[in-house]
Design a protein around this ligand. Sequence first.
Ligand code: OOG
Ligand code: MG
Length: 262
Amino acid sequence: MALDQHTIARLAEHLETAELQARDVTKITDDHPGMDWADAYAIQEAIRARKEARGHRTVGLKCGLTSYAKMKQMGVDSPVFGFVSDYMACPEGSTIPMAGLIHPKVEAEICIVTKAPLTGPGCHVGAVLAAIDFVIPGVEIIDSRYRDFKFDLKSVIADNTSASRFVTGGRARRPDDLDLRTLGVVLEKNGEIVAMAAGAAVMGHPAAAVAALANHLGARGQSIPAGTFIMTGGVTEAIAVQAGDHVNVRFQDLGSVSMRFA
Ligand code: OOG
Ligand code: MG
């Protein structure tokens, strides 16, 4: 670690305050160019601890930048991991207020819930498939706290990978009767198709993103408990939304997930 505990705590407060006040900030690596990966995840952990200390439950984990479309859009080359809190969950079909958000974008995500723990290193697609209880379609609303959504990997990890809101809906299915690689996803905004992809866009197989998460946690002596909700990452590039927009995502075999912004 290159940063001291005091600086980690100060940066966590800085980024979480930006989130809660919906104000953008400059990316933290501008002021701390020497920060390392451990610092970045330590800041994210400190943000999680702040939320939990205020009584917010952590209700899931997320993989990000797992598709080539997302990596290309954001100009980065490796996945990142974060968490989602109870207050980020929005009901299917609801209206999400733009007040409280900075410059949100929507992403279509294949999500899973585990029925057995997953532990890395060495976690692989087969182990993940054996541990999936059900697959559920979701939409993540990301909202980078960084000005103009511009960041590098360390800055975005510290910012809890832009986590802001999420919606699950559609129809949950057991993994046995699904091929997650060929599962088609169509993202519509205001009735027009704006992006589409298949599950394989996510690291060749969405379960590979979960394996990567287990291996990332394994390197830190942690594992994924049974019953964990996990978002595997946007299958297409993220789409900016504004007040008045309606978003509907159709997932093959899993129904659709929709929401409105006001
Ligand atoms: C980082 C978060 C990426 C995903 O699904 O790829 C993410 C960002 O693009 O702001 O959640
Ligand atoms: Mg995402």
